[in-house]
Design a protein around this ligand. Structure first.
Ligand code: AMP
Length: 507
């Protein structure tokens, strides 16, 4: 009996003694240790009543034992369902009610509350797992008999990941064994990961980036990961000599270029730095290159699809672009309304088809139907264009498009102009309800250190650089932009904060 993705991971184990994971304090977890725990946990899931296709939900801190729980779920034929640790109890209630898991693992400190919640929801087995392996899970799993690997085919469910849900309720993206396997295999080859790699892993593992892009790829390559709880530039610089590669969100790189230790010498042994989950500013890309000689490789993807495009390994890694479609993945740019394919250079919504694209939204058939074209392409909602050299540019999310006086304004275009103004560090452009224009273009900016640039100065600088309708009607300043755990600017929060800006009588 075969288990599509799990068997591939087991087949990639380089040797039982080799380090799969290293921790900041130098502790090593060998492949043998990791998979021994996977077998025990898998046995415990099964004896606790987890059946093939059941959901195993986990709202836990990052740990190597947490990674083992994910692999154990695959081995037991269950669907792993990681949840952001930032969700408070009422939100957890939504996710657990919606996903209907049979096994839930939470943090030791939330165990009492989670048990209470689960008791209300029905027959759910609850355990806890702390950062150092504390909690009930490992204790109770000890001695669980090893069970045969549960058979799973390519189209069987491997995981459900909830999308960040910045508009409406979060949706559970159902990912199959083939979704995970095909994407990890493609990235491993495209980015040339091998058993010699040691990855600095400071991403959370409740998200596609840290769990599937980073962990799956390194496990499939038989490499080693240095698992860190959070991103700390000092710690990263200290551990850099042990690594060959790093995967990060743009904020990691913004913070690294501020670090005095970031030099050519300190990074000369590094093979690869990748960025994604949010746009990497060209400025950060350039500053990193000047300091280290390394061109950060930017890639693009989403929870529903895994990775879709990547800048090339060999060849030009162009700042501000997300590169080309990955092998085996089809991408097209279409008119959002009609679905008509657009010629090269025109701005439209990026659509994708391939073995990486998820099956459906969990228990939301209507939503699923609305976001797929009849020929199987998934509508990502990312507004994009392809340049003359075939590089894809992400211009923004379609829901962030501002429509003012009937004209479309792509925030990225305005943000790029604002970011180029001396004294501005970064900006976010949003549309706010406006009595005359429908929406008013509004900029929220972060000043550079010690700068005192004003609203009037920003507006003046944009005159003649952007069409009148694209120029912001108001400019606000904040100390920092609200971002989620993956470094994405939360424009929904900005829209709420400034909602009344153009209320009648004030505009
Ligand atoms: P998530 O599902 O949380 O991974 O978010 C996916 C979304 O992040 C995509 O639909 C894009 O809007 C955005 N995203 C991911 N990578 C990039 C990138 N390199 N540049 C711009 N946006 C990105």
């Amino acid at each position: 009996m075969s288990n599509h993705f799990y068997d591939a991971l087991v087949g990639a184990i380089p040797s039982r003694d080799k380090s799969a994971i290293e921790l900041a304090d130098g502790k090593r977890i060998s492949y043998g240790d990791l998979y021994a725990l996977v077998e025990t946990l898998s046995g415990h899931l099964i004896r606790s009543g987890v059946k093939p296709g059941d959901r195993v939900a986990a709202q836990i801190e990052k740990s190597w034992q947490g990674l083992a729980l994910y692999l154990a779920s695959l081995r037991a034929g269950a669907a792993f369902l990681p949840l952001n640790t930032a969700y408070p109890l009422p939100e957890l209630d939504y996710f657990l009610t919606d996903s209907d898991p049979s096994f839930v693992v939470c943090r030791p400190e939330t165990e009492k509350d989670v048990r209470g919640l689960c008791a209300k929801l029905g027959r759910i087995h609850v355990e806890s797992l702390g950062v150092n392996g504390d909690g009930t899970l490992l204790k109770n799993a000890g001695g669980a008999p090893i069970q045969p690997v549960v058979a799973r085919g390519p189209d069987d469910l491997a995981a459900i990941l909830y999308t960040s849900g910045t508009t409406g309720r979060s949706k559970g993206a159902m990912l199959t064994h083939e979704n995970l396997y095909s994407n990890a295999a493609v990235l491993k080859d495209y980015w040339r990961f091998t058993g010699k790699d040691v990855l600095l892993h400071a991403l959370p593992i409740f998200h596609t980036h840290g769990l599937f892009v980073a962990s799956n790829v390194l496990l499939l390559a038989g490499g080693t990961m240095i698992y860190l709880q959070k991103f700390d530039p000092d710690q990263i610089m200290k551990l850099m000599p042990r690594a060959t590669s790093m995967m990060g969100v743009p904020t990691f790189y913004v913070r690294l270029v501020e670090h005095p230790g970031l030099t050519k010498e300190a990074t000369k042994h590094m093979r690869l730095f990748t960025a994604g989950s949010a746009p990497l500013l060209a400025e950060t890309h350039d500053a990193f290159k000047t300091r280290t000689g390394h061109a950060i490789l930017e890639r693009y993807g989403m929870t529903e699809t895994g990775m879709i495009t990547s800048n090339p390994y060999d060849g030009d890694r162009i700042a501000g672009t997300v590169g080309f479609p990955l092998p085996g993945i089809e991408v097209r740019i279409a008119d959002a309304e009609t679905g008509r394919m657009l010629p090269q250079g025109e701005v439209g919504v990026l659509e994708v088809r391939g073995p990486n694209v998820f099956q459906a939204y969990w228990r939301m058939p209507e939503k699923t139907k609305a976001e797929f074209r009849a020929d199987g392409f998934f509508i990502t909602g990312d507004v994009s264009k392809v340049d003359e050299r075939g590089y894809i540019h992400i211009v923004g999310r379609s829901k962030d498009l501002v429509i003012t006086g009937g004209y479309n304004v792509y925030p990225k275009e305005v943000e790029s102009e604002i970011d180029a103004i001396p004294g501005i560090n970064e900006s976010a452009v949003i549309g706010l309800p406006h009595p005359d224009f429908g929406e008013g273009v509004t900029a929220v900016c972060v000043r550079a250190k010690d700068a005192s640039v004003t609203e009037a100065a920003v507006l003046k600088a944009l005159e003649g650089r952007l069409a009148k309708f694209k120029q912001p009607k108001r400019v606000f300043f904040v100390l920092e932009l609200p971002r989620n755990a993956m470094g994405k600017v939360q424009k929904n929060i900005l829209r709420e904060t400034y909602a009344g800006t153009y209320a009648k009588g004030l505009a």
